[in-house]
Design a protein around this ligand. Structure first.
Ligand code: C5P
Length: 396
């Protein structure tokens, strides 16, 4: 899927640099040409020889290498690529990029390019969380730089938290998305995610325990396969993915409006845990505790999934709902498929004992009109990838 694409891979100096060797292999397996650039610090972690051997190309290392300047200047080197990828991107490289410094080959290439840039950061958790790095991240995002990761995990330094290099498959997906490649290129998918907040008064609301992790993972995977994704999210606990159009909402009614505004689409996936009811009337002022206990009258919220699935004109070709159940999961989900008029239901058990709600793993059963299949319990990221792959097949 990356056949003929030219990737300029800048390898920064960090313990995770060794993973760039696998990245080079996987990129080449997919038909990409990889031109590697090593920073001085990176040479402490991987040898130019092993990088050159895997890339089957010369490794560029020095800004003032006169032969290179005669053959191919740094401007040309960065422009002959379809995409610049920095993996691992260190705090130092991010800082230089954000500040516009160009004092070595890597930073000069990043300044001289007119192509998209994708960073896969890797650093100690404290360095990642440092206000300077977070400031640089915001600056670089504002400059249009894309990011893959970092992810949470154990680090070589013994600490745990965000800062770990994204896994190679995730970096590959981000590369494909940045290149506008993949089986879903040219397709538009609307994804709802997260909980909704239904106001009672200016300070109180009705909510649920949805984290938005599954919807976010799915949107990320869809974008990774090249889809244009409109991500309509309630107040989730995880940040939205890279490379999607994000519409932030609070209530079910706002979510419905945003979804309708985002159509037409090839597919709609309703992964949000939409509040079924809202307070009949939102009090204009905070309800006082003094006096009688208030009686909350509830009214039903619009059903976003059903309204999209039952559209007469312009219905997305594929409409997918989720069914979070605590008992009789498959039977309830099958009934929901019919009731809502959608094409697929992704059913899961969210009983407290499963740890699914708010957790990072999910065990789902995919129900279609034709049949059903139960997937093993895996990370929500993986569920997202599998589902995205199925959607790509259905829309092919
Ligand atoms: O009816 P229930 O809430 O169990 O159905 C779950 C499915 O319906 C999910 O896909 C959810 O996103 C969607 N839904 C919706 N709007 C609602 C309620 C649920 O889109 N008001």
């Amino acid at each position: 899927m990356l056949a003929g694409k030219r990737i300029l891979l800048i390898i920064g100096g960090g313990v995770a640099a060794f993973k760039s060797l696998d990245l080079i292999r996987r990129l080449r397996e997919r038909g990409a040409e990889v031109t590697p650039v090593l920073t001085r610090a990176a040479e402490e972690f991987v040898t130019p020889l092993s990088v050159a051997a895997l890339a089957a190309r010369k490794v560029h290392r020095d800004l003032f290498d006169l032969t290179d300047e005669a053959e191919m200047g740094h401007i040309e080197l960065s422009r002959a690529a379809d995409l610049l990828v920095v993996a691992p991107a260190t705090a130092n490289l991010m800082g230089k990029m954000a500040a516009g410094l160009a004092d070595d080959l890597a930073s000069t290439l990043l300044m001289a390019t007119d192509k998209r840039v994708l960073l896969a950061p890797a650093m100690n958790v404290r360095m990642w969380q440092h206000p300077a790095t977070q400031r640089n991240l915001a600056t670089l995002r504002g400059d249009g730089v894309r990011f893959a990761g970092p992810v949470d995990g154990a680090m070589a330094c013994g600490e745990f938290g965000p800062g770990r290099l994204a896994e190679v498959p995730e970096i590959l997906e981000a590369i494909a998305a940045a290149l506008g490649e993949g089986p879903l290129a040219g397709r538009h998918v609307v994804v709802t995610s997260g909980p909704t907040h239904e106001p009672i008064d200016p300070v109180r609301y009705i909510a649920n325990r949805s984290s938005g992790i599954q919807g976010t993972a799915l949107a990320r995977a869809l974008a990774g396969l090249g889809a244009r994704v409109t991500f309509v999210t309630g107040p989730a606990t995880v940040p939205p993915p890279e490379g999607v159009q994000v519409i932030q909402v609070e209530t079910a009614r706002q979510m419905l409006e945003a979804v309708q505004g985002a159509l037409p689409a090839d597919a709609a996936v309703c992964a949000a845990a939409v509040g079924d009811w809202r307070a009949e009337a939102e009090a204009a002022q905070k309800i006082k505790k003094a006096g009688a206990v208030p009686q909350l009258a509830l009214v039903e919220n619009p059903d976003i999934l059903a309204s999209v699935a039952r559209m007469e004109d312009g219905r997305p070709r594929l409409v997918i709902g989720f069914a979070a159940e605590t008992e009789n999961v498959t039977e309830n989900a099958r009934a929901k498929l019919a009731r809502k008029g959608c094409d697929w239901i992704v059913a899961n058990d969210v009983s407290a004992s499963t740890g699914v709600m708010g957790g990072t793993e999910n065990a789902v059963t995919l129900l279609t009109r034709e049949g059903e299949e139960t997937w093993p319990r895996v990370a929500k990221e993986e569920v997202g990838r599998r589902l995205a792959a199925r959607i790509a097949v259905a829309l092919a």
